[in-house]
Design a protein around this ligand. Structure first.
Ligand code: ZN
Length: 249
């Protein structure tokens, strides 16, 4: 029985592609997670700015409350002015009023500073929100793209699996078994093409006698070094040309 090199080679190509597609598909949830993380990070910036604003507003209300209390105090002092009996008491009350008014003035300055700060924070919120929207828009596009890629990969995988189902019965069981045995040990790669005089996967030099046998294609020959099934592959025209160029120069 001849060796089904052509089918074995195709099987290897299918398995290689399936492996790539699987690792791509397995990696997709992690990519989606990364995108979600970007959105979360951006949104957190807005939350932070909003928190800053609410702290600012809370502080301003406190300052306004203090001011209000002090104003009430002044009212009371002014009322007391009418009732004092001595000059000393009178002057002392005036002094209290003056000092309290100074405290009010300072508080009002603080309130104005808080108001200005609030304007800045609101501006910041506006800016960061716009950035978040951009990030979200971009992320949505990226996700959409991933979904498309996923669909394409799944379709491709189904096609390949179908082809594989039709292909494997055409390979003699012992050849298929050998293929699977080597593939299991060699990260899924059971076949190695021989270019020039080398096993293309482990770069072991192949003896000329073996190369002749490979060209005949009648027996299975394993690479003495990596144990893979060797097969002869003619150099493409491009490779042959560059080889000729190398000889000339
Ligand atoms: Zn090898």
């Amino acid at each position: 029985m001849g060796i089904e090199f052509e089918n074995l080679i195709r099987l290897q190509q299918i398995d290689d592609e399936l492996r790539e597609l699987s690792s791509f598909l397995e990696n997709l949830p992690a990519q989606e997670k990364d995108i979600d993380k970007k959105i979360k990070t951006a949104t957190r910036q807005v939350d932070k700015a909003r928190e800053k604003l609410s702290l600012n507003q809370k502080r301003r209300r406190e300052l306004e409350g203090e001011t209000q209390d002090l104003r009430e105090k002044i009212k009371k002092y002014k009322h007391q002015l009418n009732e004092v009996k001595t000059n000393l008491e009178y002057r002392s009350l005036l002094k209290e009023i003056e000092e309290t008014q100074q405290r009010i003035d300072r508080l009002e300055e603080d309130i104005i500073a808080k108001l200005l700060e609030a304007d800045e924070i609101e501006e910041e919120i506006k800016q960061v929100s716009a950035e978040v929207n951009q990030v979200k828009e971009k992320a949505e596009k990226e996700k959409q793209e991933l979904r498309q890629q996923k669909q394409i990969a799944e379709e491709k995988r189904n096609q390949l699996l179908e082809e594989k189902n039709q292909l494997t019965p055409q390979i003699p069981p012992e050849q298929l078994a050998l293929y699977h045995k080597i593939a299991a040990k060699r990260q899924g790669i059971a076949l190695s093409p021989v270019h020039d005089e080398f096993c293309s996967l482990c770069h072991m030099r192949i003896r000329p006698q073996v190369i002749n046998e490979l060209k005949a294609g009648q027996t299975i020959i394993l690479c003495e070094n990596c144990g893979r099934i060797l097969y002869w592959e003619e150099a493409t025209e491009e490779e042959a040309d560059s080889a000729k160029q190398a000889v000339k120069s």
